[in-house]
Design a protein around this ligand. Structure first.
Ligand code: M5T
Ligand code: MG
Length: 594
């Protein structure tokens, strides 16, 4: 709870949070004003009743004169009306403060969420490689929601409780100093109980959260991999795991109930103790006529009201802690720097010719674990070059580097003689069309998945592109055609169809260069022919770099580059390589011997 530097709450994070609240200071002032009004009206009520009792009710007696009775009743009526007034004002200010506060809180949150999301989207690929998706989702949704608590409940309940406590203490001490001191003497007991309880329950909550996220992860992972589970008869094992986590959760929930069952009566006990003390001491005072009946009544009321803010303060402390933890996580996300940095003054080119040069390129995703070691090659404009090699050889990595998803550590990559670092990142990615190894389809329609909402890709472009890549026939056959729905991740499409859709998506924007990272999945011969034909048509008039797993893709390549453990092992045309009797020949024969 206390951080490394021994501070109760981290002032730096707190300061940064307040910066988000600052633009709304008017609303907060209004809220504080309303809370003040709420507290004053609420605290005035017992005092008004006491006034009626001590100054008017006591005067009434059975044999009183008619006129005097009417006079007293009139006075009582006025005070009663005032009481009603305090109730109404209290109600109104309570309503208004709640409304203003939540509106402000939600506005702050909206801005914060947008800022976080915007920032996350600007981050480089390497960030997403190392940060699990689930964590990011939690930060953007739950953690920001946690902060809402900070702005709505914490700030104001702190203020409200402190004002109430001070107000009640002042009233009690001024009404009767000794009675007041007596009530105050109970405060340490209640504080200690609350803090001890809060600490314990906090741990229970943490454990609950941990188990719950385990359950959630378990569910999402196993539900999405259900076919693998059923295929390998893992139901029983998976069920056991789930059952265990579920039981753990039940256990923690029961612990929570147990603690609450002790805590609430304990607080009640102290409160009753206070009232008993009050009656005992106050009763004595009443007999000795040092304490009036009205004051006794008012004290009982104030004791009841005194406990609430104290308990609530103890609670606030925990909310602050969890909100601060969330803020720290959000801020560390926002402080994350992008590793691929756009030039301040990028070179503008109309259309790239498509000459690609790798000049002694060294690259590692992390540290010194070299994935590419001193790779150099030149691809001339309009050429069709294929990369082959065993899995993990670094082929996809080369493709990532050409559209600059990562920066290389040594050497340089040039397109049309210009280092790619000098291009505008967006322009570069628009000029280089990439078909990734794993096709990703979004939930939506077929057309949306081809245009991707890019303003420079029209519906017509989408249709032309589909025709070019031979996707038109199967799209037309779908119910709804281009409007046919696509499920999340495109689960209802075959691997070949997904492949064709991703081709259409890529060529729809008419890129000057094409990168194909062929899927390893096996495809039926008919689709393979379609794909083969699509690739030939797509590669016409543009530099095409393809990672090929099927020899059919390579057959007409101008050049084949064979990768081995991050290095170029062989380079040449198909015939030259076959003659060399090296790695390529082995790969080639493996495929044709099947
Ligand atoms: C080459 C490592 C991978 C492999 C090597 C994408 C990626 C890869 N790697 C990382 O450490 N982090 C990453 O994000 O890099 O991987 P590749 O370039 O993907 O290999 P490939 O395309 O030749 O293989 P394949 O199976 O697609 O034919 O050691 O661990
Ligand atoms: Mg690959």
């Amino acid at each position: 709870m206390i951080n490394k530097r021994g501070q109760l709450i981290n002032t730096k994070v707190m300061g940064r949070l307040l910066r988000y609240a600052y633009p709304h200071w008017r609303s907060f002032f209004l809220v504080f004003g309303l809370i003040l009004l709420m507290t004053i009206t609420s605290l005035a009520q017992p005092r008004l009743v006491q006034w009626i009792i001590d100054n008017h009710l006591v005067n009434l007696s059975p044999g009183m004169e008619e006129g005097a009775v009417r006079q007293e009743l009139f006075q009582i009526g006025i005070i009663a009306l005032t009481y009603l007034g305090t109730v109404l004002i209290n109600f109104g200010s309570n309503y208004a403060h709640f409304w203003v506060l939540n509106k402000t809180g939600q506005t702050i949150l909206l801005n914060l969420r947008q800022e976080v999301y915007d920032h996350v989207m600007s981050l480089s690929m390497s960030f997403f490689d190392t940060n699990p998706l689930g964590n990011l989702v939690t930060r953007i949704t739950n953690d920001t929601e946690n902060l809402n608590e900070m702005f709505t409940s914490v700030l104001t309940s702190l203020f409200q409780n402190i004002v109430s406590i001070i107000g009640i203490i002042l009233i009690m001490l001024t009404m009767n100093f000794r009675l007041g001191l007596m009530v105050l003497a109970l405060t340490p007991a209640i504080l200690i109980i609350s803090f001890v309880f809060r600490n314990i329950i906090q741990k229970v909550y943490e454990e609950q959260r941990r188990i719950l996220s385990k359950i959630n992860n378990h569910l999402s992972e196993n539900l999405s991999g259900m076919n693998v589970i059923q295929m390998f008869h893992q139901e029983e094992k998976v069920y056991q795991e789930f059952d265990k986590a579920d039981r753990d959760y039940l256990r923690e929930s029961q612990r929570e109930v147990k603690y609450f069952a002790t805590y609430r009566p304990a607080v009640e006990l102290i409160r009753s103790l206070g009232i008993a003390l009050l009656l005992w001491y106050g009763g004595g005072g009443f007999i000795r006529e040092t304490i009036t009946f009205g004051i006794l009544y008012a004290y009982i009321e104030y004791i009841q009201r005194f406990f609430h803010p104290i308990l609530s303060l103890a609670e606030t402390y925990n909310v602050i802690q969890s909100a601060l933890t969330s803020s720290r996580r959000i801020f560390s996300l926002m402080d994350e720097k992008r590793t691929v940095i756009n030039q301040t003054d990028p070179i503008q080119v109309d259309r790239l010719m498509g000459k690609v040069e790798f000049d002694h390129v060294w690259f590692a995703y992390k540290g010194e674990e070299w994935v590419l070691k001193d790779v150099s090659f030149i691809i001339e404009p309009g050429e069709f070059v294929a990369f082959v090699g065993s899995t993990g050889a670094g082929k996809s990595s080369i493709m990532h580097l050409i559209s600059r998803f990562y920066d290389i550590q040594r050497g340089s990559i040039r397109i049309d003689g210009i280092d790619i670092k000098n291009f505008d990142e967006q322009q570069l990615r628009q000029a280089v069309g990439v078909v990734q190894q794993d096709v990703f389809l979004f939930g939506g329609t077929v057309e949306e998945n081809i245009t991707l909402g890019r303003e420079y890709v029209s519906r017509d472009d989408a249709i032309q592109a589909s025709k070019l890549v031979n996707a038109e026939t199967f799209i037309r056959r779908l119910p709804g055609g281009y409007e046919a729905p696509v499920m999340e991740r495109g689960a209802t499409f075959s691997a070949g169809q997904r492949q064709l859709l991703s081709y259409a998506r890529t060529v729809a924007a008419d890129p000057s260069m094409l990168i194909l990272d062929e899927a390893t999945a096996n495809i039926d011969t008919e689709t393979e022919l379609l794909i083969q034909d699509a690739i030939i048509k797509m590669s016409r008039n543009r530099t095409t770099i393809a990672v090929a797993h099927r020899i059919s893709t390579i057959a007409d390549a101008d050049k084949i580059i064979v990768m081995h453990h991050g290095e170029i092992a062989e380079e040449g045309t198909k015939d030259q390589l076959l003659e060399q009797d090296g790695i390529f020949r082995v790969l080639y024969e493996l495929q044709f011997d099947r």
